[in-house]
Structures are given as structure tokens and as C-alpha cells.
Ligand binder design. Structure first.
Ligand SMILES: Cc1ncc(COP(=O)(O)O)c(C=O)c1O
Length: 408
């Protein structure tokens, strides 16, 4: 390997492709063809979604599962199943994808952001507790990147204040906190099967719960208000059509069969990568709480300290890494800073009309300091890179060391 950086005409550390995503095979083909030939393409008359609901719920250690059209709808219907709506506050993490807060706005409730823990980047239970008001109805921890939040502490806060817990497990298929799979550790949990996700049907989601009443409500909400076992034209509630198709059910059944093997591979590669990165000054892998007995590794994250790289900015570092054949990205900005989010607050407060162009009146942001700092320092690697071979992890460390050598 030459010492000259690839951007300066040197040989890149890596020219081989990283594993592409999605991974699929004969099994997806077989099951999709079964759906095609059966003529049963919709959930109302087909068996695949029902089979997947049972299997995925069992996989997460839940009694019940309701497949829906996406992860965002899984969170929205979880909130609705708990009767959360206008006037209510839901405390969540600002280090997440916009959909976490979007689902809260969708039901007319208000997201309240509490800071994350410095090392794990998951909702800090103490900050969540400090954010509770008389309007708070629920906590919505996010298992960001597939790493479970501290569910013991979050459930304890919820119990002390009589709140519900909805897990945003949209990145956390198979993840475990203290031996228990996420999703049904709180009252309800939502998962996403959108195209980038580790189990993927293009789009889709599922709600899991152990509570029969919440299950019945979620089921009714996703299926135009029907009640399981009751005639198609009787509706006891006002529901919507959030049903998944049999095509998605078929693909997900095949993807679920492969998931345990993928989880094991990502765990093994991530552990090796962490070992390698821990030795590089200025690079700190994200903290994994010892209670995390299984990590889903939707994202591999590390903290980058520019000082150890001669002041090279994180953005420039990411650019150089890409040139060396190791694509990475800077990840989220604090969610409360997004103009869309601030607009949603202003609209909800009635100080901004929908689609109003003048956004001068957007509310001020109250920053969460740990999130602010983390958003300046984190670097992400995608889940599919962790499906490469163990020796490929060395390319990641080699590229970082090469840049450090050239710049520090
Ligand atoms: C943390 C988190 N929450 C919610 C969602 C929403 O899922 P979907 O895109 O399936 O609606 C996502 C998906 O990107 C996510 O990453």
C-alpha cells in the first residue's frame, strides 16, 4: 500500500466492492411465485402476512404482531392504540430519523426531545425523567443503529410516572436488552422493513406487543376498524387501511430465515472492527452497554476526534475515507434543528399555516448538549459492510490509519 492518499493520486486501500444490499435468493423467488400463482395478493385473503406476523412476533419474544405499511405507521398506530393524541406529550430522542417524531405529530401529540447518553447515543433515562410534565403520556426510546436503549431504566421511569413506553425498534430486528428481545419490553414496539433495513421488503413495518387489548386495537386501526373474527362489514372503531401486501409477506418470510445468520456475522465483524478501531488514537467506537446481549447493527458508529488527525474536519475525513474505498457518512443532525420539525411545532401551535412560505416565525431550538456534540463527531458505516469477510474489517482500520499518518 502506498502512503500517498488516494485523493492525491495514491493507490486506494480498497478497490473491491463492499457487499451490496439487499441480499436475496431462491427462497424469495419461490415464495413470491407462490403468491403470484395463488392469486391471493392481498392480506385479507392470503396466508403469508399472517404467517410472517406470527413468526416475527415470536422472533422478538412477543405474543402478537400486526404488519403495517411501514415503520412510521407502526409507531403512529402504537400511539393511537394507547389513545395518545392532541394535548399529549411524548418524550423521545433527538438522535434519530425524522419519522420517530413524525409519528408523534401525526397523531396530534407533541414530541419532547430529551438528551441522549454520551457513549451509547440512546435516550438518557435521567434526561427523559427530567422532561416529564403533566401532559406527558409516553416515552419513546429509539434503539438507534440497532443498539438497545436502557430499557430497565426507561421502564422504571415510566412506572414511577405512570407512562406508556413505545419502542422505536425500526432499526433493531433481533436486538436484545439483557437477554430480552426489543419491541415487547415496553407496551408496544414498531419495526421497519424499508429498503435500507436489515430485513427488507422495500417498504413495510410491524407492531409487536404482549397485550391482547393493544393488539386488538392495533389490528382494528390497521384494518379499517374491523375486529379480528368479526364480519368484514362490521366496524367497531374508525380505522384506516395500513395493510401490507402478500408480496411483502413472502419476501419477509425469506428474509427472516436469513436474519439470524446475518446477525451473527455482523456481530462477529463488528466485534473485530471495534478491537481494531480501539487502538487508533482519536477514534472511539460507540459504547455498547454490557446489558446489550444482541446488537442488530443497522449502523456501525464511531466518534472522530479531529485533533488526532491534525485538525482534519470530519467531513474531509469522510471524503478521504471514501476515496480510499471505505464509504462512510456523518449521520444525523439533532432532529429539533430540522426546519421541517420546527415548522411542525409552529403549525401545531397555530403560529404557522400549513405550507406557509415565511418560516421566520419558526420556534427557537433548545439544544440537547450531548446530542449537539455527538452530531459533530459521529461517523457511520452501513450494515451491509458488516456482511463482508472478517479480513475486510482491516481495510477500514487501515484506511483510517493511512489518513492519520498523512494528516497528523
Ligand atoms: C429510527 C427510525 N424510526 C422510524 C423509521 C420509519 O420507518 P419507515 O421508513 O419504514 O416508515 C425509521 C426508518 O427509516 C427509522 O430508522
Amino acid at each position: 500500500m502506498s502512503d500517498r492518499l488516494a485523493v492525491d493520486g495514491g493507490t486506494p486501500v480498497r478497490t473491491a466492492e463492499w457487499p451490496s444490499w439487499p441480499v436475496w435468493g431462491k427462497r424469495e423467488e419461490e415464495l413470491l411465485l407462490e403468491v403470484l400463482h395463488s392469486g391471493k395478493w392481498g392480506t385479507l385473503n392470503g396466508p403469508k402476512v399472517i404467517e410472517f406476523e406470527g413468526k416475527f412476533a415470536a422472533f422478538q419474544g412477543a405474543k402478537y404482531g400486526v404488519c403495517v405499511t411501514g415503520g412510521t405507521p407502526s409507531l403512529e398506530l402504537s400511539l393511537r392504540a394507547l389513545g395518545i393524541g392532541p394535548g399529549d406529550e411524548v418524550i423521545t430522542s433527538p438522535y434519530t430519523f425524522v419519522a420517530t417524531a413524525g409519528a408523534i405529530f401525526k397523531v396530534g401529540a407533541t414530541p419532547v426531545f430529551a438528551d441522549v447518553e454520551p457513549g451509547t447515543l440512546n435516550l438518557d433515562p435521567a434526561c427523559a425523567e427530567a422532561a416529564i410534565t403533566s401532559r406527558t403520556k409516553a416515552l419513546m426510546p429509539v434503539h438507534i443503529g440497532g443498539c438497545p436503549a436502557n430499557m430497565d431504566a426507561i421502564n422504571a421511569v415510566a412506572k414511577r410516572h405512570n407512562l406508556y413506553v413505545i419502542e422505536d425498534a425500526c432499526q433493531a430486528w433481533g436486538a436484545e436488552w439483557n437477554g430480552q428481545r426489543v419491541g415487547p419490553i415496553g407496551d408496544l414496539g414498531g419495526f421497519s422493513f424499508q429498503a435500507s433495513k436489515n430485513i427488507n421488503a422495500g417498504e413495510g413495518g410491524i407492531i409487536v406487543t404482549n397485550d391482547p387489548t393493544l393488539y386488538e386495537r392495533a389490528w382494528a386501526l390497521h384494518n379499517v376498524g374491523r375486529v379480528p373474527g368479526v364480519s368484514r362489514y362490521e366496524q367497531n372503531y374508525m380505522g384506516y387501511n395500513y395493510r401490507m401486501t402478500e408480496w411483502q409477506g413472502a419476501v419477509l418470510l425469506a428474509q427472516l430465515e436469513r436474519l439470524p445468520q446475518h446477525i451473527a456475522k455482523r456481530e462477529e465483524n463488528a466485534a473485530y472492527l471495534t478491537e481494531l478501531l480501539e487502538e487508533i488514537p482519536g477514534i472511539t467506537p460507540r459504547t455498547r452497554d454490557p446489558h446489550v446481549t444482541q446488537h442488530a447493527w443497522h449502523l456501525y458508529m464511531f466518534f472522530y476526534d479531529a485533533q488526532a488527525f491534525g485538525g482534519l474536519s470530519r467531513e474531509e475525513f469522510i471524503h478521504l475515507m471514501g476515496a480510499e474505498g471505505v464509504p462512510c457518512s456523518p449521520g444525523y443532525q439533532p432532529l429539533y434543528r430540522s426546519p421541517g420539525m420546527r415548522r411542525a411545532y409552529a403549525e401545531q401551535a397555530g403560529v404557522l399555516a400549513p405550507w406557509q412560505q415565511d418560516v421566520g416565525s419558526l420556534p427557537q431550538v433548545v439544544p440537547c448538549p450531548v446530542t449537539e456534540k455527538a452530531c459533530q463527531e459521529t461517523v457511520w458505516l452501513s450494515q451491509s459492510m458488516l456482511l463482508a469477510e472478517k479480513r475486510d474489517m482491516e481495510d477500514i482500520a487501515t484506511a483510517i490509519r493511512k489518513i492519520q499518518l498523512a494528516k497528523a
